[in-house]
Design a protein around this ligand. Structure first.
Ligand code: ADP
Length: 402
């Protein structure tokens, strides 16, 4: 099936047209500065030239119309007509507690997504603008929502209820949701395929290490626990986000240092993590370069990042029962950072996690990087959220027709 995948932000629209049979990208692009007179339309058909056009784009509907016109145009298009489109898959950040899987976007599910807006105030309304535009432009083509949170809907209560007074969960819905679900789902699926294990039997810890970081315990192909929570600031320290901090320390900042909650929020989301510790950069490459030249705080930032990641790999393995098939690295740092992968895995030998230095030289390619005889496979699997969205979208549309 040919599926258009849309990731709509407040002023941008990322898109890919995928063929789910071949698992290939037919074309991709990005509309930037939506709403402005000098918006930018980036487009690339598979095997073709990249192009960049500057033009006025009034809103999401105009932006998506341009995408549809381009993918069907005789010069640059990749399909002859929009009749070839089987469905549109929309990346949606928050499905809350009620949306537990990818769903057909109809009045009922759209209302549920809207209800989740307070949980993702920047993302959900923007995601919905893309859906609204598609419904106007191509009312006959089904729209499917694929959620960052949905893969984690299988977590048991022991993993998602915070140990606050239970009333805060029951009355106010304060709980761990988890994010990056589409990425964790995709790399678990690929790792199982590569290892020749049915997904229902696959046990592993998936490590999404990008600017945002989360690790997930995947047991029998399902999320059992994950490091991100109610928001996207806990677990392992990230580019600019703090990761775990004792909440008492944050209360101290407010009560004793007189910081406002907004200032604390800015600190933990924008002024912490690799950037905050090192004072150098939020970017792993800059830190590795600075640390190699002897910058002590850059070295400390690397060690804190590796320590926290290593600690969570071991901690999440406790959710897997008796068998850990794989530890899977993905996203910018996980896919491209042999040094940090090696640093993380140093010290995990007790649980059978070891790296082969030769095999670990890989960047941005699927690979098993543990020694042949290692009990746990350590793997690199580049994430592909668009393909996962397309595969899920196809499954939902096919099921709805059955
Ligand atoms: P996002 O979460 O914004 O999608 P990415 O998945 O692109 O982020 O990851 C960005 C991170 O990946 C940055 O910290 C960057 O330094 C890191 N990264 C990219 N290439 C390399 C590399 N060759 N070595 C180490 N880290 C890398």
């Amino acid at each position: 099936m040919k599926i258009l995948v849309l990731n709509s932000g407040s002023s941008s629209i990322k898109f890919q047209l995928l063929d789910t049979v071949e698992r290939t990208v037919m074309c991709k692009g990005l509309v930037e500065r939506v709403g402005l007179a000098d918006a930018i339309f980036n487009y690339q058909p598979a095997g073709g030239e990249k192009s960049k056009q500057i033009l006025p784009i009034a809103d999401h509907t105009a932006g998506i119309k341009l995408v549809l016109d381009t993918i069907t145009s005789p010069e640059r298009g990749v399909i002859a007509s929009l009749d070839e489109l089987g469905a549109v898959g929309h990346r949606i950040v928050h499905g809350g507690e009620k949306i537990q899987r990818s769903v057909l976007l109809d009045e009922e599910s759209l209302a549920l997504i809207d209800e989740c807006t307070p949980l993702a105030p920047l993302h959900n309304p923007a995601n919905l603008m893309g859906v609204d535009a598609m419904q106007k432009l191509l009312p006959q083509v089904p729209n499917v929502g694929v959620f960052d949170t949905a893969f984690h809907a299988t977590m048991p209560k022991s993993a998602f209820v915070f140990a606050l007074d239970y009333a805060y969960y029951e009355k106010h819905g304060i709980r761990r949701f988890g994010f990056h679900g589409t990425s964790h789902q995709y790399v678990a699926l690929r790792a199982a395929e590569i290892l020749g294990i049915p997904l229902e039997d696959f046990n592993g810890v998936t490590c999404h290490l990008g600017n945002g970081v989360s690790l997930t315990a995947v047991k029998g192909g399902k999320s059992m626990d994950t490091t991100l929570g109610f928001g996207t600031c806990c677990g392992v320290p990230m580019g600019t986000r703090s990761g775990d901090v004792d909440p008492a320390a944050l209360m101290h900042l407010i009560d004793e240092l007189g910081m406002t909650s907004r200032q604390v929020c800015d600190l933990i989301y924008k002024g912490s993590g690799l950037k905050g510790i090192s004072g150098v950069s939020h970017d792993m490459r800059d830190l590795e370069e600075a640390a190699a030249k002897g910058h002590e705080r850059a070295e400390l930032a690397l060690e804190i990042f590796a320590h926290a990641t290593r600690k969570y790999i071991a901690a999440l393995a406790t959710s897997l029962g008796d068998r850990v098939d794989a530890v899977v690295f993905t996203a910018g740092i996980g896919e491209n950072g042999p040094e940090i992968r090696e640093r993380i895995c140093r010290g995990l030998g007790f649980m059978g996690v070891r790296i082969d230095p030769e095999r670990n030289r890989v960047r941005g390619k699927e690979a098993v990087i543990s020694p042949e005889d290692a009990p746990v496979k350590v793997m690199v699997v580049p994430t592909n959220e668009e393909l996962m969205i397309a595969l899920d979208t196809e499954a939902v549309v096919t099921a709805s027709r059955a």
